[in-house]
Design a protein around this ligand. Structure first.
Ligand code: GDP
Ligand code: MG
Length: 166
């Protein structure tokens, strides 16, 4: 039901975006990223600053367990404050991923020079931002970061006013 809501919302789609600890540690980069979100016409539905325990990090990145970068990823993501956003706009998932650029910072600099990771990424691990990569992962990740948030309720309450152009 929630999945259907995410897919069928005529104009709006939700995604989870995270500013990772490397960027939150630099107030000017954090501010630049916040402005980029607004400039690119995302609606900030929710945001929160948080710090993960190691086990949160392990749980969130369980799909990467066993990969060579897993331990350093888990350590990095629980090393300091992050900022998480639920963002809404048309094609929010692909639009945010396009703004972020490729996962690997040096590849991003080579093939997508203006993107967030190309501009601000430090290493392949410390690559500035996270973004959901599918409707299914957006649903799972929004629930992980914002367990109190109901996509269905939000769509019901908010979507009609967007359709009317209010
Ligand atoms: P994303 O969806 O673009 O963030 O990429 P993935 O889901 O594949 O990987 C999750 C995170 O693991 C990335 O954002 C990086 O922080 C880290 N990561 C992925 N691939 C590599 C890699 O090849 N080397 C290193 N050091 N970190 C990686
Ligand atoms: Mg991913």
């Amino acid at each position: 039901m929630v999945l259907t809501t995410l897919r069928c919302a005529k104009a709006l789609q939700l995604t989870l975006a995270v500013i990772k600890p490397d960027a939150v540690a630099h107030p000017l980069i954090l501010e630049a990223l916040h402005q980029k979100i607004l400039k690119n016409k995302f609606i900030i539905v929710r945001s929160k600053d948080l710090i993960w325990r190691r086990q949160d990090s392990e749980r969130f990145y369980a799909e990467h367990k066993g990969r060579f970068f897993y331990q350093r990823l888990v350590e990095f993501m629980s090393s300091g404050p992050m900022r998480a956003y639920i963002l809404a706009r048309e094609n929010a998932i692909s639009q945010w991923r396009e703004l972020m650029g490729p996962t690997k910072v040096f590849r991003a600099r080579y093939i997508a020079p203006g993107t967030i990771r190309a501009l601000y990424g430090l290493t392949d691990t410390r690559n500035t931002t996270h973004g959901s990569d599918s409707v299914e992962s957006a649903q799972r990740e929004i629930a992980f970061f914002f367990p109190e948030f109901s996509v269905e309720e939000w769509m019901e309450q908010t979507e009609p006013s967007f359709r009317k152009g209010h």
